[in-house]
Design a protein. Structure first.
Length: 592
């Protein structure tokens, strides 16, 4: 029997001695559900589901599972839940698994289905909240994988303020194609190569057969792995748990240990409000910048901070980026995949690098009760730095002196815009606008080879409200790269970009076109200047001409059918504030 199992058994024995079937001294929410004569009917129902009196005497721990068969990213979570349950039971808790949803960005990309992706973040958060509140659960473990499941679950934990944590299912192993490691981004870019005639359709098919060899989320520092790193540095996930790949032999024991830890969180009353602080968000942002991570982290960390009532502004990302070096040589801007980072020493190695130079707030708390500094240093024994590794640079010898993402402002983006700079040195571009009012229109022009070197592709009416749902443009950007235009054609949009996107691609333009933002007034051939060093994005059109255009502009007749899309479009706020549904309402609440 392992030392961890012995400790868990002792903890469980102590818990049960303290708890007792009718003891409410622990002040757990579930006692109001299962204790007392008047709760006999509830107990009868739960016994019908297989629970015993002993089960109901323990803390009830929810397992929010985003398992789904529509993608590899979350495919392993059904099996992983069994290991989390094992750990919860060993520590004296009773697991109660329930489901929420997931939408695959990679599968839906380039279709109308992609509009559901960001909207799913809100549904995930709401559904976890409803189950936990409806069943008076004492704690929760959220099993997450693809992009929106991570921030959605994090938003729910912050909102509920229940003891608990996230467990990321882990990255996919890279595929092998002609002796090289490949990931899904290679397929998206190969589509452009096939359209350009540089590879055949058969070669494209052969690549798609091997790019995703099994369970796990997309293998570069794309959105899923970026957010998995961010929530560990934020404190909402135990350090190093997410870095273990989905199919690694160590993953089941990692899951069991998380189950044991969440029971300890309940026992100690350790809630997110005790450690989600300004320092925590600073750490998460620094990790995104140092890893060259996805621009979607801006949107999601703003939303999580909103739920946690922690002040966070879009310009905070730029301030942190200016002082944080880019250290991790990870795709899409670098050479290595997520599994290579784990072998090199993982997130803990990244954290130690940054802590040594005062670039993280080591005093920030975490869900396990340790400070981030203690957690990072104690992880070194199990996750030492691999000798000779080239994945994570030292601070004195970075890939770049500043972080991988910057925030732009200017006449085209008064509220802000986001651009990833990791992996390219393109910092200044002026070119004529090629305007498109949908992703499909832009993709058709790119596929028809109608976009030329030097152009600035403008894709609008794809924002949170205009889409609705703020689609990612990986299909367009991947095709441009595949056609050899990735270093000569800029793109800007009020939509989003995949974490796999690279090049001079400006997203999250706010205000968006659908609400009359300046991007709605751009016309073909207008000269647009993107100046990364000056953090500006401007339009060479006079104020008088813009006013005449504004007078002619009419809101688009985008009327989603009644349902979730329509409700979302009517409630969602600006991307510059995280595209949350109650943006601006908090100030109006009595007593707020």
């Amino acid at each position: 029997m392992s030392r961890a199992t012995v400790r868990a058994a002792e903890s469980r024995k102590e818990w049960l001695q303290n708890m007792g079937s009718g003891d409410q001294s622990m002040d757990l929410p579930s006692r109001g559900l299962v204790v007392g004569r008047e709760r006999a009917a509830a107990r009868a129902m739960l016994k019908g589901a297989g629970y015993t009196d002993e089960d109901l005497s323990r803390p009830l721990i929810g397992i929010a599972n985003t398992w789904i068969e529509t993608m590899p990213c979350n495919l392993g979570l059904r099996a992983l839940a069994a290991d989390v349950k094992r750990g919860i039971r060993e520590a004296g808790g009773t697991p109660m698994e329930f489901n929420t949803i997931a939408v695959s960005d990679g599968v839906a990309m380039g279709t109308q289905g992609m509009k559901a992706s960001l909207i799913s973040r809100e549904v995930i958060a709401d559904s976890i909240e409803l189950v936990c509140r409806g069943h008076l659960l004492d704690g929760v473990v959220a099993l997450v994988g693809c992009d929106k499941t991570i921030p959605g679950a994090a938003m729910a934990l912050a909102r509920l303020d229940l003891p608990g944590c996230l467990l990321y299912g882990g990255a996919i192993q890279p595929g092998k194609f002609r002796g090289q490691d490949v990931t899904i981004i290679d397929v998206f870019e190969a589509i452009g190569k096939a359209e350009a005639g540089t590879i055949s359709d058969q070669e494209l098919h052969d690549l798609e057969d091997v790019a995703c060899p099994g369970a796990g989320a997309c293998g570069g520092q794309f959105t899923a792995n970026t957010m998995a790193m961010a929530v560990e540095l934020l404190g909402l996930a135990p350090l190093q748990t997410g870095g273990v790949p989905a199919t690694d032999a160590a993953k089941p024991e990692v899951a069991a240990e998380v189950g044991r830890q969440v029971v300890a969180m309940v026992r100690d009353g350790r809630r997110p409000s005790t450690y989600l602080t300004e320092a925590s968000f600073t750490n998460a942002i620094a990790g995104v910048m140092a890893s060259g991570g996805s621009t979607n982290a801006v949107l999601h960390l703003l939303a999580i901070a909103h739920e946690a009532d922690v002040p966070l502004h879009i310009d905070d990302f730029d301030a942190i980026s200016r002082r944080t070096p880019w250290l991790a040589d990870l795709r899409p801007g670098g050479r290595f995949n997520a599994v290579d980072l784990t072998r090199a020493g993982g997130v803990a190695l990244m954290a130690r690098r940054l802590l040594e130079h005062g670039l993280l707030r080591g005093e920030a708390g975490t869900c396990t009760g340790e400070t981030l500094a203690v957690a990072a240093n104690s992880a070194e024994a199990r996750w030492p730095e691999l000798g000779g590794q080239e994945v994570v640079r030292s601070v004195p010898s970075p890939l770049s002196e500043t972080g991988g993402t910057v925030i732009l402002h200017g006449p085209l983006a008064p509220e802000g815009a986001v651009v990833k700079v990791a992996g390219h040195q393109w910092r200044l571009h002026t070119g004529p606008a090629r305007t498109f009012d949908s992703e499909e229109a832009a993709m058709a022009a790119v596929s028809a080879r109608q976009v030329a070197t030097g152009d600035v592709v403008v894709i609008r009416y794809e924002g949170p409200r205009g889409g609705p749902g703020m689609r990612e443009m990986l299909g367009v950007t991947g095709a441009l790269v595949g056609q050899g235009l990735g270093d000569s054609v800029a793109l800007l949009t009020d939509g989003r970009f995949s974490g796999a996107t690279h090049g001079l691609m400006v997203g999250h333009i706010a205000p968006e076109a659908a609400v009359g933002g300046p991007i709605s007034l751009v016309e073909d051939a207008d000269l647009i200047t993107i100046d990364v060093e000056q953090r500006s994005i401007s339009l060479a059109v006079s104020d008088a001409d813009l006013e005449m255009r504004r007078a002619r502009w009419r809101p688009p007749s985008i009327q989603p059918k009644p349902g979730v899309f329509s409700r979302y479009a009517s409630l969602v706020g600006s991307a510059a504030q995280g595209a949350v549904l109650d943006s601006g309402l908090r100030e109006a609440r009595p007593g707020a």
